[in-house]
Design a binder for this molecule. Structure first.
Ligand SMILES: [Cu+2]
Length: 133
């Protein structure tokens, strides 16, 4: 039974350990954790939101023009040119301007597609239609 190392073996082992440590250390520095660059997803810049607007009048107890076709995202502004007050009220309660006297405006942005019929609550024979495409 060998109870102790031969001195030469012991020093050889020491050198081995030393060499291994150096190797391990240098290996460590060699593969120093370079911060992994997160792949930035390349995406097309989003197109600017449509911000078109449209001016329309309420004149002579009528919406002028009565039917307007617009793109989704368009803001429509009604201006009352009459001396009488009017409202811009959608039939399905999507929007309602309330009473607008002469010179006052009402704006609504149509974000959903569809046909929006509206009228004046004071003069229900006044009707209009916004078609959002
Ligand atoms: Cu009216």
């Amino acid at each position: 039974m060998i109870t102790r190392f031969h001195p030469a073996l012991a020093s050889l082992a020491a050198i081995c350990i030393l060499l291994f440590s150096v190797a391990a250390l240098s290996a460590c520095t060699a593969t120093a954790p370079t911060p992994q660059q997160e792949p930035t997803p390349q995406q097309e810049p989003a197109p600017p939101p449509e911000t078109s607007s449209l001016e329309t009048d309420i004149v002579g107890f009528a919406f002028a023009p009565a039917t307007i076709t617009i793109a989704a995202g368009t803001t429509v502004t009604w201006t009352n040119q009459d001396s009488a007050p009017h409202t811009v009220s959608s039939r399905n309660d999507v929007f309602d301007s309330g009473n607008k006297s002469r010179g006052n405006t009402f704006s609504y942005t149509f974000t959903r597609r569809g046909t929006f019929e509206y009228y004046c609550k004071i003069h229900p024979y006044m009707t209009g239609k916004i078609i959002v495409e």
